[in-house]
Design a protein around this ligand. Sequence first.
Ligand code: AMP
Length: 572
Amino acid sequence: MKYSKLVDVYEYLEKTSARLKKTDAIAKLLKETDSENLPRIALLLQGRVFPAWDERKIGLASQSMEKIVSIATGFPEKEVGARFKKIGDFGLVVEELAGKKRQKTLFEKSLTVEKVFENLQKLASVEGKGSQERKFKLVSELIVSAKPKEAKYIVRTTVGDLRVGVAQGVVRDAIAKAFLDTKTPEKAKQAVSAVEWAWFLRPDYAEVAKIAKKKGLSGLKRVRLEVGKPYHVLLAEKSPGLKEALESFEHPALEFKYDGARVLIHKKGNKLWFYTRRLENVTKQFPELSDFVRKGVKAKECIIEGEMLGFNKKTGKPMPFQSLSQRIKRKYDIEKMVKEIPIQVNLFDVVYLNGRELFDKPLSERWKLLKKIIRPVKGKFKLAEHIETKELHKADEFYRKSLAASQEGLIVKNMDAKYHPGRRVAGGWLKVKPVMETLDLAIIGATWGTGKRAGWLGSYILGCRDGDKFKNCGMIGTGIKEKEGAGGITLQKLTKMLKPDITEEHGNKVKLKPDVVVEVAYEEIQKSPNYESGYALRFPRVLRIRPDKSISDADTKARIERLYRLQKGKIR
Ligand code: AMP
């Protein structure tokens, strides 16, 4: 299959913003693709050559791209770098330079999807001496035999930024449209939910598309959990408060909401796999967990879920999620990390046991089974703190206990509920967390956007007052729309307000004179050495722009400190 066929679709998707049109274009391409290329196309459409959960990664940073584009087009690295700085997209840079430099004779053999896919996949396995050069060669070889437009997408796929706006829901709908009966709204709904179900359990559209094409609707519905393969987990919904959560269920269970990372433990005999909720394979990163599971799980085959916490080895106290996330990302010196940041796993569910999928069993039964198969390893591997009550005073006491243990709050679970895999399918779990007061902060820095967001300032740095200085305490990266935002907060509007305040520019980063004040909500305040103020807001979001406030009204570092101390013991 010619790569140019895919590139034509990319080009169309880049220009079209209507979701339905995008879906139709992708569905048409999938239909016209032969079975052998279907998995490749399903991945490439999302700018991938491996499913999200695959350990293999392309592993080429944008710095390397400067070199590669230079090698492939013959333009000096400096010039490539300068152009990149200006337009912020190596894809457009290579398209422009390839167009200028290219001699017609090089187009003789047209690039195939197979070749592009193969070379990009190979990037992940190149190792050892001279690996950098070999990687450069794999990509530049493609660029040299590509037309300028093709080069654009080869490069964008390599840096992991395709910029054609294909959300996962569009691929899902397109697969349904391409291979299933979607003639009536009823049938379409059924088709889409079958594709979605399969994707929850096999989070890889390459595989899902194959099943849809070969086995149709019933094949998709028959997809089952498989030990060793990650799936999309059940998530919790927000509850306005503890009382409301208790009242929502006839048989509620309350558990600590641990401030750690979800871990999915798959066991098949002696073989083990650990995944995060974002489907990262972290088996190698947590060798001690293998020991705990071998000692502590009395089942031949199972998939169990829990929350993993990191501990401070000196104080013996639980550490915030950030510390543990260092271990999740770590690829080397693993044994050192095992000692640096010891872990504790708190188990709360079992979804597969000795050949049986347990999604349809109520939580009461799953919890019973989990208790049966776990032999705790003291302080390291145990069941989550769990009580079953409908009495508010008991629940309240338990809530305080969780906060006092530096945890986030509670998850209130319906003991009668089934397990619904899938990130957007909520049901049965409600989270209860303290609500934090909002902060008024100044925007003291930002970054010029690239691609669709070129010309707009984004990634705002928030600053709190400390004497007559402003110190950063958080960053708003996402969540603000370009032109039509909730409550009138848009990149366009903020850019207009902030532009006159620019005092310094370094590359695409700008420093701003504190002037614009925004009201910010967040989930939690954390101590952080990476921020000048010493504190970082977790998940901050702008609620309002506050033109009525001057910067002398902005909140101080002292108030953040006070709220930080308060949050541990605070209950709504
Ligand atoms: P949130 O990330 O705020 O939507 O809350 C859901 C997350 O809380 C889950 O994905 C788990 O990682 C985490 N969690 C902590 N403790 C528990 C628990 N006892 N039961 C279920 N999830 C928990």
